[in-house]
Design a protein around this ligand. Sequence first.
Ligand code: ADP
Ligand code: MG
Length: 699
Amino acid sequence: MSLVPFFDTDLAKLRGMTPAKLTLLQTELGMFTYGDLIQYFPFRYEDRTVVHPIASISDEMDHAQFVGRIRFKEKIGAGHRQRIVAQVCDATGCIEIVWFQGVKWLEKSLNTGVDYLFYGKPTSFNGTIQMTHPEMEVYKGEQASGKYFQPVYPLTEKLRKKYIDSKAIATLQKNLLEIAFPYIRETLPGDVTAQFKLISKQEALYHIHLPQSETWLHQARRRLKFEELFYNQLRLIKQNLIRKVAFPGQVFSSAALLTTFYQEHMPFELTNAQKQVIREIFADMRSGKQMNRLLQGDVGSGKTIVAFISMLLAIDNGAQACLMAPTEILADQHYQGLKQFADLLGITIAKLTGSVKKKDRVGLHEDLQSGKLQILVGTHALFEDSVQFKNLGMCIIDEQHRFGVAQRAKLWDKNKTFHPHILVMTATPIPRTLAMTLYGDLDISIINELPVGRKPIQTTHRYDTHRLQVFAFIQSELSKGRQIYIVYPLIEESEKMDFKDLMDGYESISRAFPEVPLGILHGKMKPADKDIEMARFVKNETKIMVATTVIEVGVNVPNASIMVIESAERFGLSQLHQLRGRVGRGAEQSYCILMTGFKISADTKKRIETMVKTNNGFEIAEVDLQLRGPGDISGTRQSGAIDLMIADLAKDGEILKVARETAQKILEEDPNLEKSEYAMIREQVRTQRKDTTNWARIS
Ligand code: ADP
Ligand code: MG
């Protein structure tokens, strides 16, 4: 008997494995054990269940499979146009097959006396239905060929060159499944599989690799997706629960300053959504547990005032608060905004960013440690070890997607006795499914309402050729006293060219509006110069701001009424929405104009249509997820939180919801998974953790 658990067995032992194959699987796919192989899932399947009569094949079909005999074949053309054309027929009709490669070999080996099974994409050429380079094999009768779903595995170019294709992987899976079947353990409690009519783990692993029918395939995928999402959610919810037990939080109960602020200085009536969120935050801060909460709200929904009010509660109780922003500009704007309120209440506030001089920091550090300084606003500089608080009670992170999870944890340590309460605010709403997986360990609050009286921004799409009309429109808004943003893309790979675009744009705008003071803002400028430019625009000294996406986050100039986005096709949907959110902050009607060339892709068209149609950030986030998939949504890849093998957050929202509810219910009932019926869950969580460490060692 072997001491190695079955799924840790070295792949070298598998029937059909050769040393050459093994090396490739190891280096190309990081595959070492039986367990690695069996968990290597196909990403799609080719439907080989139907054999089409040739007469029924049309170029509108994605793929067709048919059985036919070669009626005749000929070699035509010369040089690289040389090809073999064959006519293949069954009882219903004929189709033309063309090969450009392997001509010599095919000429010799194509046999006119046998039936072949073909599979490929039908096309139409001069009215004739054709197929180029189809997959083909000698037809061995209905039992041996056809009638199955062929798994397609994600493979590398190198593997394919060495003839390790999907078929080869499927054969290995088959060899493995023959011996592995009895070793496959169930990983979901019987209650759960029964309630959601999930097939067993054994069946699922079998049919994911060797589906015997479309129904089995569907059930296998559903079962494995559920399992994956269930354990993903279970882990996150458990983390949250453990934290709530392990980390007490300061109880903030008195609210004197807060009352003064509400009664004497509140600049506006809070929206119902803001009030609700503040209630949720206050409940956390009085619960005796450390708060870890995510605040989602669309641009302009008024997250800043919520942040300030939360800080006040901490300060009211003798603690300090900090707010961290991703950029200097934004940190500065928060500082300016919060300072106005703080001054009214006699609260001390300071700013700390990378550009604050060392000698100016000394006093600041002292004031933090003595508790004299109550609010600190800043950038990443707040993370530095030298930044020590007397009693940090509340920490707010704005525009979360630029901060990692590990960094969040670092902030906790800024208060050794009690971890500070943490409020993470996202600038861009993220889809529900992403929020559940990325921030599944946080409690979530949502502001789903804009302040009253805000007029929805009107968005239009204009081609570059209509620039003069756009300029005329800008002129008319300028004459009403409004300010304008004109934004250019600046993407790293083509930075030089983009920079030229920006400068050319600036030139042409200054020619079109010779009397109008312009500002310019881009990433290559020194922070001090950026600040000066931004400040001039905020003070209405400059009327048009020509900029790159550095103005993307958070900047607030209520008098700006037009956002022109140049080369809009080069921006992602959430970025477009983010930029648009820079206008529409005052009482006046605002506009967003998306400029593009004439030729745009289908995806771009969808992005632009979505922008024109809706101002709702949550809706936009959903479309963005559908278009780009979860991996590309900003910030998710780096975070490493989404390493799902089979579930797709863009498509499996329903399964995720049910899996999360199930995990939640189980943990509520039995937080430590001590009940015997949950032993398998506990075991699975334990082995998964072990797997992670193994991976770290190998890679
Ligand atoms: P964001 O959620 O994008 O950070 P801000 O907090 O910057 O939004 O708020 C956008 C603007 O709306 C600010 O000028 C702010 O003063 C204003 N605002 C916030 N809440 C309200 C409200 N309840 N009523 C009126 N104006 C509000
Ligand atoms: Mg903001």
